[in-house]
Design a protein around this ligand. Sequence first.
Ligand SMILES: Cc1cc2nc3c(=O)[nH]c(=O)nc-3n(C[C@H](O)[C@H](O)[C@H](O)COP(=O)(O)O)c2cc1C
Length: 577
Amino acid sequence: MDNSGYSQEQRDTIYRVIAERRDVRRGFRPDPVPADVLGRVLAAAHQAPSVGFSQPWDFIMITDRARRERIAALARRHAGEFAADLPGARARAFDQLKIESILDTPVNIVVSCDRTRGGRHTLGRHAQPQTAEFSSVLAVANLWLAARAEGLGVGWVSFFDERELAAELGLPAHLAVIAYLCVGYVTSFAAEPELATAGWARRRPVSWAVHAEEFGHRGMPGEAPVDPLADLIGAITPPDAEAMAAAAERQDRMTKPRGSLGVLEEVSVRLAGLAGSCPPPLPEPACVAVFAADHGVHAQGVSPWPQEVTAQMVANFLAGGAVVNAFAAQAGAEVTVVDVAVAADLEPVPGLLPRKVARGTADFTAGPAMTRDQAMAALVVGAEIARDLVAAGNRCLVTGDMGIANTTASAALICAFTGADPAEATGRGTGIDAATYARKIEVVCRGLARHSPDPADPVGALAAFGGFEHAALAGFILGAAALRVPVILDGVIAGAAALAAVALAPDAIAACFAGHRSAEPGHAVTLSYLGLRPLVDLGLRLGEGTGAVLALPLVQSAARALRDVATFDSAGVADKL
Ligand SMILES: Cc1cc2nc3c(=O)[nH]c(=O)nc-3n(C[C@H](O)[C@H](O)[C@H](O)COP(=O)(O)O)c2cc1C
């Protein structure tokens, strides 16, 4: 066998088939697939690598209509259950997607896995039993690529209870179903995944996935390692003046008196500037990220609540029992919880993103709340959460937070960035008596005296006072700004984080929408410093993201009005004389 690489033309073909392989659900032709073509595709699948050369796959060919109808009914039931669990905007988007072609294709192929094939001494499976399944998946990959080269579309369906499907196929108990594939000729292959064109999810750039030596040290081969913060800040640019002008001009032509949508007109103009298009995309689906962390300054007696409440409330968010869950359900938003620094071990459950940088901050009256490295790590956590949520298809991010004693850290940060007096920036948080309030102000004063924070060194200020959720929220805001996705800020904690984000990248303000004005006095100071106008002012002081979620329909309505409302000329309505 020739050991050298392939010719340029052959390599181009290999890379072409990899790039043009698609999961296909639409546009299948009914004509049967000739046996010799199917034979070639199956032989390609059978050449896949496998752990210990165990070749654990089998291929079950299904053409019988009645059987496929029974299987399609199983898939429909699971799709229905999945849809019932989706937040509003996601459920509407899911409705538009086609997720299986069981009956539209002439042949379905099930790829199974025998985890026992080869016996107990199968090389490599000893330490990692899951390598048996991995091997069958590689057979699927070969099949998928060969099928593309033959002009055959393949759609992978996974809306099944695995054992229910196994029973329908007469699979013995030691065989697992790995893939259910719908195969047939197609008229054309889409250039991009349907989930990308439908806006469900986006492709992550390859540079996000490549790390040098250790996880987190990102960088493509031959390129300088990525400095995540500098990269993020470099990606944040001013809003698009042309799109803003077009939006303002359209507002004036819409069938309503000029200016009659008040603040929402400004919101729509800002959304257009951020997106760089008029009208801007609708800010949905939306996801609230609740960043949870604990605070060493709690030891100073600044909150009447025990520190354990942070972890207990995280459990409540995940069980769907908190106010933010109720408000998000009403607004059709998803809630995700990020453990940045909760001082407890949290059970892994769906909806919890485990990103613990530390078990809470240190007491800032005794020393820095975190190291600079920790502050940087939390900033990067927040930015990556923003990135992942946007890649998952969200078009609006909403800040949430949970951290007993975090209004104390917020007050210190607000003083550090705005120069406000601690008595002006410190509030009563969850509700404290006069003595505790006086102590809280004194604690903030001591912290400021101890650290003499430099507002020109935002990472230093974050490290001095914490919390981890503030640093992560600052990264989250920067991430949203870099991706030009709006981020609705909740109250005083998000406000303090936004001060840090804007100190790092002044143009990040373009992505920020103030959801509400909290009852905490430091929040008003922050909003006026940032020049943000709150959309809701209901005296809320809960946090969690509650005020921001209430503002979500307002931000969405502002974008929708700009998109949907007729203009005087298009509707034939006479303008004011
Ligand atoms: C393990 C696996 C399971 C999948 N299950 C489904 C499914 O149930 N329904 C569906 O429509 N697509 C399914 N897909 C297809 C993916 O949505 C698709 O691969 C992805 O959007 C990327 O698009 P592309 O394959 O065209 O690059 C599955 C893909 C994989 C790898």
